[in-house]
Design a protein around this ligand. Sequence first.
Ligand code: FCB
Length: 463
Amino acid sequence: MTALQPALDITLAAPFPPDFLWGTATAAYQIEGATREDGRLPSIWDQFAATPGKVFDGHTGDVAVDHYHRMPADVALMAQLGVNSYRFSIAWPRVIPTGTGAVNAAGLDFYDRLVDTLLANGIAPLATLYHWDLPLALHERGGWLNRDTAYAYADYAETVGRRLGDRVGWWLTHNEPWCAAYLGYGSGLHAPGLTDMPSAFVAGHHLLLAHGLALPRLRALTQPGTQLGISLNLNPVYTADDLPETQRIAEEVEIFNNRWFLDPIFRGTYPDGLFAQFNAPPPPVQDGDMTLIAAPIDFLGVNYYSRSMVPIHMGTNPVGNGSATVISSEHQTDYTDMGWEIYPPGLYDLLHTLHRDYHPAAVVITENGAAFTDVLDGDGQVHDPRRVDYVRQHIQAMARVIADAMPLKGYFLWSLMDNFEWAEGYNKRFGIVYVDFATQERIIKTSGQWYARFIASQRGTAE
Ligand code: FCB
């Protein structure tokens, strides 16, 4: 492993509270590999990735970054970075391989060991129960289009809660249900690859129902004070002019990108006009569903990468999973390797709007980060000054949020290490740790060194 470089400027006006969570984030299918080991059965992503043309260059998560076998070393890497928290996801197809029924002890054991290893290193675990890897067996019974999947999910959540609830203090039911529903069932860019908007709304409703059903069951199995939430990918919408048509489109984009999931969770209703925008019927909402879905959460997880600009160059972003991000044709600015505009003030604006309109009890930034074309230099280092700037500027935006006394509790950088970036395969690197995919060697990038120093300065542990 590389030694941390001295003299990386961490100067930043940053009045963060001492218990602020400074972490990194990952997801099971993106890092674990070992897809056929210890009783794990396929998920929709195994099938999707194996389908020609779906993922860049036919890449799959079969090996990923081999985290399943390298977990202790990866936790040691986190300890070296000095993070005090880590967001990971649990693979449903490892824990209950056929989606319902028999629990696979070996699968649960892995997460049990991970949690213990984190705690032994002073790293607080934040577990995501669903980061898109639906057991294939459930997909064969309709997947998220089948209401039963929501009940199966609640059973799965209870199984995990029963095993880890004594030690995990932070939980997310879902990661980005917008992506799971829209990219999975509407645009087809993600697994299971359907292209039907009415189905996307049905899937979205069942994802929300699953969240609502799981909350009380997790509460019953976790310690007092445990924080339960959900992560949404959100992007603030800006307009480049005052034309009525621009305002109208902006409103539609806001409803589709942000309010589709925010409104049910915080208000117990779907926003007017959401389904009509797509000439789709409303999803099958049964009595009591919206009450379950709107049960109070302890924190909202916000995944922020970029903003939307109207008028737009609509259509989805041609690359990756960023179709939430609408690329501006008007603004000449800086973009990441995903084609996502770099716009740190958007994080501040987004959090302000959220607090004004939805009053979440607390917010955690559960993802923020950037892909760049990182290369291993002759000196054996990976210099990524653009990622350092990206992270620094977003932390600066958070400092303004804290200064405004909004309840922001943590920041999880996406990602701990380069990994399988969904439809982009290994072609996009988001890590603050570089991974040589051929050898699985990990090398802390300049951004990782910067983050380590910054955290140390915040925690008062800087040399
Ligand atoms: C988010 C996903 C995460 C990762 C980042 C770049 O949409 O939650 O898994 O792929 O984008």
